[in-house]
Write a protein that binds this ligand. Structure first.
Ligand SMILES: NC(=O)c1ccc[n+]([C@@H]2O[C@H](COP(=O)([O-])OP(=O)(O)OC[C@H]3O[C@@H](n4cnc5c(N)ncnc54)[C@H](OP(=O)(O)O)[C@@H]3O)[C@@H](O)[C@H]2O)c1
Length: 239
């Protein structure tokens, strides 16, 4: 039986990915801060889901709890990091910026480094992180969110280069959603909003295909291309 850990499985995209993996026969360790949401999910199939409450901004605890969870699962073939946070922050409230950095940068790095070491020792494994198209450019309404997503994208690219150089068979997949109908999809002017189910199906398919970088939903790939080449003097006026 294959084994996966999905961080951020208490709601949204992570929860749906956990359900899809379970339906495919995986044993799934599920994490998040809201334990009642995790137990609600695990009650669907107590044989398959192993819930573990954790706040990824507590770095040392996270590593200890992940080690425990892997032991309970009996191994790990796949780690999906869907935990993340972000808020509109027009006033640059530092508490919001700090929480975003603590979760999306420090928490993220702590977990992907732990997963890298685990998979390196095992000489196999698949690391998947849910970043965002937001990481491609800055955003005046949520500066920390976009900047932390840029960090994640860059970090994963660095790790991919590292495993290639070291000839370690670890797959690294960067999933970049745009608008998915969860609590995270904030702000006005949303379009092409995907259901959680459709986005998660595309994500799981991309995982099986061992993709390196994927936009979700697929049609956003063209917008991503445009965003990347859009001249700064135009982009600066778009906020
Ligand atoms: N929805 C979109 O439109 C969209 C677009 C682009 C990228 N994304 C990315 O997709 C990922 C999943 O978000 P979502 O849309 O599924 O929203 P969501 O339903 O709010 O899920 C966020 C998940 O992250 C967990 N989380 C947040 N802070 C945490 C912390 N400090 N420690 C542990 N877990 C934490 C939450 O669990 P607890 O609250 O229980 O801890 C929850 O399970 C995020 O990284 C987000 O940036 C989403």
């Amino acid at each position: 039986m294959k084994k996966a850990i999905v961080l951020g499985a208490s709601s949204g995209i992570g929860r749906e990915i956990a359900l899809l993996l379970a339906a495919e026969g995986y044993s799934v360790g599920i994490t998040g801060r809201r334990f009642e949401m995790l137990t609600e999910l695990s009650s669907k199939n107590q044989e398959v889901f192993i819930p573990q409450q954790m706040d990824i901004s507590f770095l040392e605890d996270t590593v200890n709890l992940l080690n425990e969870l892997v032991s309970k699962l009996g191994g790990m073939d796949l780690l999906v990091l869907s935990s993340g946070t972000g808020d509109i922050n027009e006033m640059l409230n530092f508490d919001i910026e700090k929480r975003t950095i603590d979760t999306n940068v420090k928490g993220f790095t702590n977990i992907v480094d732990w997963a890298y070491q685990f998979f390196k020792n095992q000489n196999s494994g698949h690391l998947v992180a849910i970043t965002s198209i937001a990481g491609l450019r800055g955003n005046g309404s949520a500066p920390a969110y976009n900047a932390t997503k840029a960090f994640q994208i860059n970090y994963l690219e660095g790790l991919r280069q590292k495993v290639h150089k070291q000839k370690i068979p670890i797959i690294i997949t960067d999933i970049r959603p745009v608008f998915v109908d969860t609590d995270m999809a904030k702000g006005d002017g949303k379009f092409w909003v995907s259901t959680i189910e459709k986005a998660s199906r595309q994500i799981v398919k991309a995982i099986h295909r061992k993709k390196k970088v994927v936009y979700v939903t697929k049609r956003w790939r063209i917008i991503a291309l445009i965003l990347r080449v859009l001249p700064r003097f135009i982009y600066d006026r778009m906020g």
